[in-house]
Design a binder for this molecule. Structure first.
Ligand code: BG6
Length: 477
């Protein structure tokens, strides 16, 4: 069994990392705008340092991004040249509802995305739209406390109703929340959470997560009512935990860490909190109300597909003195059998196959790999060679191995996979570090860590390689 004929090859981006134009088109300020580059960034992302407005002494890379707002036609034409069947992008909530709690949406924001979707359709590219990729209007954070507040469910319902109605004929594939489990690691970035000095952070995170999970189920219900053809996905930052050793304690620890992440998808895909989660809440003294209506919505409106990002597997031990690694905000034990990227993220293609099998065994719903890739320092060549200006064989090799792994999961293990959208198909601002130097793209963007650069786009060697991969439906690697 080869990949299905209509396999959705493409690439992925997020509004906050590429759009820029943060004050144009009536857009309001969002949490993602006020996360600075530099020393303060980790504290701000974790909600431990309150940043609620633009501070002139800081540099905020998201405010300009790669200026996709003004370059989208050129960028989508390049995606089309590579043969993209799909393009994953996200909506900036504060373009549609600048403050978040208005009754009426902002027409200029709606029109912008309509134009982007139409541009995709011109090339028969299917948009795959993340409704919230880490962003939340600042007004909702400053006034209501972000997702800690149950009122957020209603604001989100209003947002999705507008989106599903307006783009009924343009968008079919939707993702409710990007990496919903990231709320546990980067709570300000993931859900607009700031913490007071003595606040119980675990409690606040799980209350907020519950609100997001209920909002996600409402979105699924509303999407299906507006258009029964809509396909709604949950999205998790995935990558199985391996026990560092075969000590039963390490195996048990790995199971626990996997459950921490899977809990979100268990709720979104099966419709209820699993017993291990209820016991965890009880043990930790975590309390939140699950109303009868919440239960009904969660139960009856589960997602259509499971999407996830995969950069690496993870590893855990109970033993002391073993080295640590921090890939994609998940701290863990360093796996001695794996190599690492320049940013210390470990590289494990087989881990993708393992993760896919785990998810498919558990949920029996189609999977969608909506992020994967290698963040690397690229060098722009002085002269073009065969049409490209960056010789990124390391990226080709990373992606090639991961494609082989997911093909094996499909062809040899029978996993149902809808598509593959590698992360940052065009260079964009790094979420974890705010750097431009951490590049993932097939297309190089002339922008740098200090904000300098012309924003000009250049093709990399991987651009032509990926084009062949798509044209051959993954046969020519
Ligand atoms: C995922 C996020 O966690 O990883 C993306 O969904 C992010 O927004 C990507 O950009 C890669 O991480 P980074 O930190 O290298 O940009």
């Amino acid at each position: 069994m080869a990949l299905q004929k209509d396999f959705l090859w493409g690439g992925a981006t997020a509004a906050n990392q590429c759009e820029g134009a943060y004050l144009e088109g009536g857009r309001g300020l969002a949490n993602v705008d006020v996360i600075p580059h530099g020393e303060l960034r980790p504290q701000v992302m974790r909600g431990l340092y309150t940043m609620d407005r633009i501070d002139e002494n800081q540099y905020y890379p998201a405010l300009k991004g790669i200026d996709f707002y003004h370059h989208y036609k050129e960028d989508i034409a390049l995606f089309a040249e590579m043969g993209f069947k799909t393009f994953r992008m996200s909506i900036a909530w504060s373009r549609i509802f600048p403050k978040g709690d208005e009754e009426e949406p902002n027409e200029e924001g709606l029109k912008f995305y309509e134009d982007v979707f139409k541009e995709c359709k011109k090339y028969e590219i299917e948009p795959l739209v993340t409704i919230t990729h880490f962003d939340c209007p600042m007004h909702l954070i400053n006034t209501y406390g972000g997702w800690k507040n149950r009122k957020m469910i209603d604001f989100y319902k209003r947002l999705v109703t507008v989106l599903f109605t307006r783009y009924k004929d343009l968008v079919k594939y939707w993702i409710t929340f990007n990496e919903i489990n990231m709320i546990l690691h980067l709570p300000f970035m993931g859900a607009g959470l700031h913490f007071e000095e003595n606040e119980d952070q675990t409690q606040a995170k799980y209350v907020s997560a519950h609100h997001e999970l209920v909002a996600s189920a409402w979105a699924t219900k509303i999407a299906h009512e507006i258009n029964p053809d809509n396909m709604i996905g949950c999205m998790m930052a995935a990558g199985n935990y391996y026990p560092y050793s075969c000590m039963p304690e390490d195996v048990w620890a790995a199971l626990g860490k996997d459950r921490e992440n899977m809990m979100f998808i268990d709720v979104q895909a099966r419709g209820y909190y699993p017993n291990y989660a209820l016991k965890f809440f009880e043990r930790e003294g975590i309390h939140f109300d699950i109303s009868d209506e919440d239960r009904e919505i969660l139960k009856n409106h589960t997602v259509d597909f499971i999407s996830f990002s995969y950069y690496s597997s993870r590893c855990i031990t109970t033993q002391e003195g073993v080295g640590e690694t921090i890939g994609n905000a998940f701290k863990g034990t360093k796996n001695p059998y794996l190599k690492s990227s320049e940013w210390g993220w470990q590289i494990d293609p087989l881990g993708l196959r393992i993760t896919m099998n785990t998810l498919y065994d558990r949920y029996q719903k189609p999977l969608f790999i909506v992020e994967n890739g290698l963040g690397a320092n690229d060098v722009l060549l002085e002269e073009e060679i065969d049409g490209y200006r960056v010789s990124d064989d390391y990226r080709i090799s990373y992606l090639k191995e991961h494609i082989k792994a997911f093909k094996a999961a499909v062809e040899e293990d029978g996993v149902d996979l809808l598509g593959f959208t590698p992360w940052g198909c065009i260079d964009l601002v790094s979420a974890s570090t705010g750097e431009m130097a951490k590049r993932y793209g097939f297309i190089y963007v002339d922008r740098h860590n200090d904000g300098s650069g012309t924003m000009q786009r250049y093709k990399k060697k991987s651009f032509y390689w990926y084009k062949d991969v798509i044209a051959s439906n993954g046969e020519k690697l």
